[in-house]
Design a binder for this molecule. Structure first.
Ligand SMILES: Nc1ncnc2c1ncn2[C@@H]1O[C@H](COP(=O)(O)OP(=O)(O)OP(=O)(O)O)[C@@H](O)[C@H]1O
Ligand SMILES: O=P(O)(O)OC[C@H]1O[C@H](OP(=O)(O)OP(=O)(O)O)[C@H](O)[C@@H]1O
Length: 214
């Protein structure tokens, strides 16, 4: 049996064409069903539907053999025990530093004082500011990062930006782009050895479908 970990929402819909390319069709729509484990047209392949941030954890520990998750989530997780064979080029966005329109972010950086950053991406923020030599105090949040500067909790945020609409609606702007983000196919390294015969064709068909989109 092969178990695939997928998250509801953005990534799920964009992943379906890649599953179809590998001959995999879920029998139910997880957006409509309350079921957390979904069968597919293949007796030997099932899908577990979990939070986006839990996908790398399920695959790392082998509770799922294969999964799809954003590079933002994957980098934050650390990638232990994971093989990352394909960039699907879906759910594209970027990791950025954003600040209120009224804040002189460049001046703040130049003066070398400590900057208060709110984020749910602690590793991204820690690594980025360390590499830039910028002193920061990080404040961990679990959502609505854009509220933190408005409410006076932080000077700036590290978060995902796609269209920029959320920043604009909250009188903020992108002041630095940290990295482009897209979703990746991830595979448990031990499964890759033990279930190579079953997993290889799935990975190769998904890889071919992603090359066609280039
Ligand atoms: N606005 C966006 N536009 C495009 N892709 C995005 C956007 N926001 C997030 N993503 C990508 O889609 C992935 C899943 O996002 P989604 O909103 O479904 O989950 P999440 O809310 O970040 O995770 P969780 O539900 O575990 O908190 C993210 O990891 C990221 O790679
Ligand atoms: O640039 P935009 O197109 O406006 O997209 C950016 C927004 O998308 C993400 O939030 P999401 O909608 O996933 O909400 P969540 O973080 O609460 O899950 C992110 O945290 C931003 O708030």
């Amino acid at each position: 049996m092969i178990t695939m970990a997928l998250a509801k929402g953005r990534i799920y819909q964009e992943t379906l064409p890649f599953l179809a390319a590998a001959g995999i069709y879920p029998v139910e729509d997880p957006e409509k069903s309350r079921k957390l484990m979904i069968a597919t047209n293949r007796d030997d392949l099932r899908i577990v539907v979990i939070r986006a941030t839990d996908v790398p954890t399920y695959v790392q520990y082998g509770a799922a053999d294969i999964g799809v998750c954003g590079w933002d989530t994957l980098y934050e997780h650390g990638g232990n025990g994971l093989f990352i064979p394909v960039d699907l080029q879906i759910a594209k966005c970027r990791m950025s530093v954003a600040a209120p329109n009224g804040l002189d972010y460049d001046g703040l950086v130049r003066r070398g004082g400590r900057i208060r950053i709110a984020t749910k991406f602690m590793k991204w923020a820690r690594d980025y500011f360390a590499q830039q030599g910028v002193h920061v105090d990080l404040i961990k949040l679990y959502g609505s990062m854009e509220l933190a500067p408005i409410a006076g909790l932080a000077d700036a945020i590290v978060d995902i930006v796609a269209t920029g609409a959320t920043l604009k609606a909250n009188n903020m702007r992108e002041v630095r782009q940290i990295a482009p983000i897209s979703s990746r196919l991830i595979v448990n390294q031990i499964s890759m050895g033990l279930k190579r015969v079953e997993l290889s064709p799935i990975i190769e068909n998904i890889r071919k479908a992603s090359n066609k989109n280039d």
